[in-house]
Design a protein around this ligand. Structure first.
Ligand code: GLN
Length: 212
């Protein structure tokens, strides 16, 4: 059973712990450098990306997290977590940094201040037939994405129609929206499956048959 950490410096940590646990993962919160080494994968929750960035650096987590991301650790980032995984921010605050890993440019608060939050049904092929109720809260969107990025969902209605709001590159997964608040845990199940496959492949390649 994979052990999935939830970065717990800021944001809605508890909801992700619950969603992961009901999706068949073991979980722990991660807020110290040595905890980064203990997990098979990580979730970066929503919150406020400038604050999260500051705390990640203050707690000496930036270097260990970047190292593990570069080494291929699966990571799922929601909303502010998506910003943290982006290689580029279109409108970064001065001195705002990200962990990076995903070849995307994100725009923060992209839907405009007057539409602080909204919900929309999204059709995501990878998650099966039923649409996903997507909750957007001061959400970013993906402004552009490199060739190795697979787009999983776009806004379907309104002035922002066509904007990318879910994407995957290798074992990095991001959504602009907050699936942890709806009780529909298919995004988390999808991520747990990515982690399981990653772990199986990694073990098969390096250590041969699993130890008893
Ligand atoms: N607007 C926030 C940011 O820029 C993200 C909002 C969220 O995570 N719900 O970090």
């Amino acid at each position: 059973i994979p052990l999935i950490g939830v970065l717990a410096v800021q944001g809605d940590v508890r909801e992700h712990v619950v969603a992961l646990a009901t999706s068949g993962a073991r979980t722990m919160t991660v807020r110290r450098p040595e905890e980064v080494a203990q997990v098979d994968a990580l979730v970066i929750p929503g919150g406020e990306s400038t604050t999260m960035d500051k705390l990640v650096r203050a707690f000496d987590l930036q270097a260990p997290l970047r190292e593990r991301i570069a080494a291929g650790m699966p990571v799922y980032g929601s909303c502010a977590g998506m910003i943290m995984l982006a290689d580029r921010i279109a409108d970064a605050r001065p001195d705002q940094q990200t962990l990076g890993g995903l070849d995307i440019t994100v725009r923060r608060n992209a839907f405009g201040r007057q539409v602080d939050s909204f919900e929309e049904d999204l059709h995501i092929r990878e998650l099966g037939g039923e649409p996903v109720r997507a909750v957007f809260i001061r959400a970013p969107w993906v402004e552009d994405a490199g060739e190795s990025v697979k787009v999983l969902a776009r806004v379907e209605h309104g002035p922002a129609a066509g904007r990318i709001v879910a994407a995957r590159q290798g074992d990095l997964l991001v959504t602009s929206f907050h699936p942890e608040v709806t009780g529909d845990h298919r995004v988390h199940q999808f991520f747990v499956d990515i982690v399981r496959q990653h772990t199986a492949t990694a073990h098969g390649a390096t250590t041969g048959p699993a130890a008893p």
